[in-house]
Design a protein. Structure first.
Length: 705
């Protein structure tokens, strides 16, 4: 007599009993453990509240090799999720039930993601749809109502996928929430049927669900479908117009799209259309922009919306439909040879086994999370940057300051008490997984000093920094020991990205340094910096420091490569006095790949001067980095490097030299060549003369111009 096999037990793989989740749509994963093989069958997901009252219609999901992936729609409060295995093909049909209790707590205090569909003022209110989706006889997949349902369901899939991806990255189950309203829901087929039966309330279809804003544009269908603004048209004269049209429509719509509300919007263009004659998709653009003072908007066309699911019951069929849509709809980038490929490239997030892929001409694959290649996930840097925004905050999060949100990680050298104690310190204002430091002696033991030591640092705000050769950080002396004393001066700088990454190893630059106090010329005592003229034009040319003894020193080349004193250009240059009771507290520098573009200085009395670029003045389009002393230090000088004999001798590095506050610099400081602008480090080529003459006498007129 053969004994019956024990009932298979179900394990919830990505959720824990009693867990609190904060998004409505949850991607649930689990597997069956049994001595006997579990045939391919299905499970039914039942969702009830704390009193066993159904809160969502039962949903059926496939079981493949004993594994299950299912999307579950939660209701606020207690949710009991029961997975029922119903194997009707077994000799003795069995029904195995496994349950888990979760609490859905919407975070209504966080800003939402808004969903909006833009329609032209003369729109026919239809989307492209092939005959395979019954558009020839029905508008079920091509009407405005269908577009609304598809957009809502797809958005919830974004939410579920994002939360699970963030969880797998160790960032907690976090995702954006939607702007929701009490309305007739469309996330289940039963709700849609209830609408037709005029029984919405009786069938539980009325509930909080993602609001889809229908925003009317003042533009016509012809304007939206113009070849001039078609993103796929290489000769389009206005490729960004659709984004402008959409933002224009949002502003006219008003409500939550008032700029001062700072809304974040995902937008769908209803009147997108594939032109068979031109073989191009009109009225489509995949564009987005972030505006921290207004509307942040990402848009896309509706040309593939026909393939999206309208409700939960259609998710698996839509993601596995390998039929060809035909030639009446756009085959975007030639990647839409089947309905499921037109629907999305993220089935591996939602399915245990994928369908046949026409693009790669290969069969579907069994998906094992963490092993199967899946490119439809967020880049870690993006995921970390999302975590810094309030839309993704969890209740226990510590919020980032605006400065920490954009801060780039730093790699600095701490001199220690001796050369043997020098160490590399890696940190970020937003935090790292852990802030670390490495003794130079330990690094030399672990790595070959003759080979480049590449270090990549990623902050918890998603900002990254890479140094191609960390040995150069020690070689560049990010600290200066004042000979014969215990005083250590620190250096920090902004360098062009090429220089930072070691792209100019064989290029000759003029290296310079300038203190804000020097020995007075021709008399005892010291002369202090009384004025600084920052020279900005198309690039950052350099700066002049004026002293109380009427001398001026260059921050940059002192002598031209072919002889003669070097002077700076700069049509957007600015000069400011430095009162005796004020000090420089911040230096902002804008940069790009090969050069620095501008500079702005701030005094302790609030005075600000300088330009971050010579055009707009605000450094728009460039990376802007701030240099500030630590709370116990003060800026006592500048240093840097400049092109010499090319690129208009512009700056490739500008930095600050800091000393402990209330410390009088010892006499030895003023004798150190590394703290003076002498020969720029290029005297060995014989072209630099009179290297001792580090400054120029300024007449009263020159000093006051």
């Amino acid at each position: 007599m053969q004994l019956p096999l024990p009932s298979p037990s179900f394990t919830f793989e990505n959720a824990a009993e009693g867990e609190i989740v904060h998004q409505r749509c949850l991607l649930l994963k689990g597997s069956y453990n049994s001595n006997g093989a579990i045939p391919e069958s299905c499970v039914v997901i039942e969702t009830t509240d704390g009193r066993d009252k159904p809160t969502f219609p039962p949903q059926t999901w496939p079981v493949i090799n004993g594994r299950v992936k299912a999307m579950v729609m939660l209701s606020p409060g207690a949710n009991t999720i029961t997975v029922v295995l119903d194997d009707k093909e077994a000799a003795e049909p069995t029904a195995t039930r496994s349950s888990i209790n979760l609490t859905y707590l919407p975070l209504l205090q966080t800003p939402p993601l808004h969903l909006a569909i833009m329609v032209a003022k003369d729109s026919p209110l239809l989307i492209d749809c092939p005959a395979g989706r019954y558009s020839a006889v029905s508008s079920a997949h091509s009407s405005l109502d269908a577009a609304i349902a598809k957009f809502r369901m797809t958005a919830y899939m974004w939410q579920a996928m994002t939360a699970e991806d963030m969880r797998l990255k160790g960032l907690g189950r976090r995702a954006f929430r939607f702007d929701e309203e009490w309305n007739a829901d469309t996330t289940s087929l039963q709700f849609v049927t209830a609408r037709h039966d005029a029984a919405l309330a009786e069938n539980g279809a009325m509930r909080s669900t993602a609001k889809i804003h229908i925003v009317r544009s003042e533009r016509t269908v012809a304007e939206i479908r113009s070849m001039k603004c078609a993103q796929q048209n290489p000769r389009a004269s206005k490729p960004d117009s659709l984004h402008e049209y959409f933002k224009e429509a949002l502003v006219l719509h008003g409500g939550p799209f008032e700029s001062s509300c700072q809304p974040v919007v995902a937008g769908l263009i209803l009147d997108t259309h594939y032109s068979m004659q031109e073989d191009i998709i009109l009225g489509h653009a995949a564009l987005g922009s972030h505006d921290n003072r207004g509307i942040s908007l990402g848009i896309m066309g509706s040309h593939l919306t026909y393939s999206w699911p309208r409700f939960l019951e259609e998710v698996v069929p839509c993601l596995t439909d390998d039929r060809n849509p035909g030639n009446t709809v756009g085959n975007d980038a030639r990647e839409c040879g089947s309905f499921w490929e037109a629907c999305a490239y993220w089935p591996r997030n939602f399915l245990v086994r994928t369908a046949y892929c026409t693009k790669r001409t290969c069969d579907g694959v069994l998906v094992t999370d963490g092993e199967t290649v899946n490119e439809a996930v967020w880049d870690l840097r993006d995921a970390l940057s999302f975590r810094a925004f309030p839309h993704f905050w969890l209740p226990d999060d510590i919020s980032f300051s605006p400065e920490a949100r954009v801060a780039t990680p730093t790699l600095t050298v701490d001199p220690g008490e001796s050369q043997e104690e020098a160490c590399l310190v890696i940190a970020s204002a937003a935090g790292l997984i852990r802030n670390v430091s490495y003794l130079l002696s330990n690094l030399e033991t672990r790595f070959d000093r003759e080979l480049p030591l590449s270090i990549s640092v990623l902050g918890l705000n998603g900002k990254s920094r890479m140094v191609k050769n960390a040995w150069q950080l020690f070689a560049s002396e990010s600290f200066i020991r004042v000979r014969g004393t215990n005083l250590v001066l620190h250096k920090q700088s902004v360098a062009s990205t090429d220089l930072q990454n070691g792209e100019h190893a064989n290029t000759q630059f003029w290296k310079w340094a300038t203190l804000l106090q020097k020995r007075a010329k021709g008399k005892d005592g010291f002369a202090r910096a009384t004025k600084i003229d920052v020279r900005t034009g198309c690039i950052l040319d350099g700066a002049y420091v004026y002293y109380s003894d009427k001398e001026r020193v260059n921050c940059g080349p002192r002598i031209g490569k072919w002889g003669g004193k070097h002077t700076f250009g700069g049509h957007a240059s600015e000069k400011s006095d430095i009162p005796k009771n004020a000090e420089i507290v911040k230096v902002e520098v804008s940069r790009e790949s090969y050069i620095l573009h501008g500079i702005r200085l701030t005094l302790s009395n609030g005075t600000v001067w300088g330009q971050l670029d010579g055009d707009q003045g605000d450094g728009a389009g460039f990376e802007v980095i701030a240099l500030e002393p630590s709370s116990d230090e003060t800026i006592v000088g500048f240093f840097g490097q400049s092109w010499w004999g090319s690129h208009c001798d512009g700056l490739v590095e500008f930095g600050i030299i800091t000393a402990p506050k209330n410390t009088e610099l010892p006499e030895a400081v003023y004798d150190m060549d590394e703290l003076k602008n002498t020969d720029g480090g290029v005297a060995e080529d014989g072209k630099v003369e009179d290297v001792e003459d580090m400054s120029e006498d300024m007449s009263e007129d020159e000093d006051m111009d």
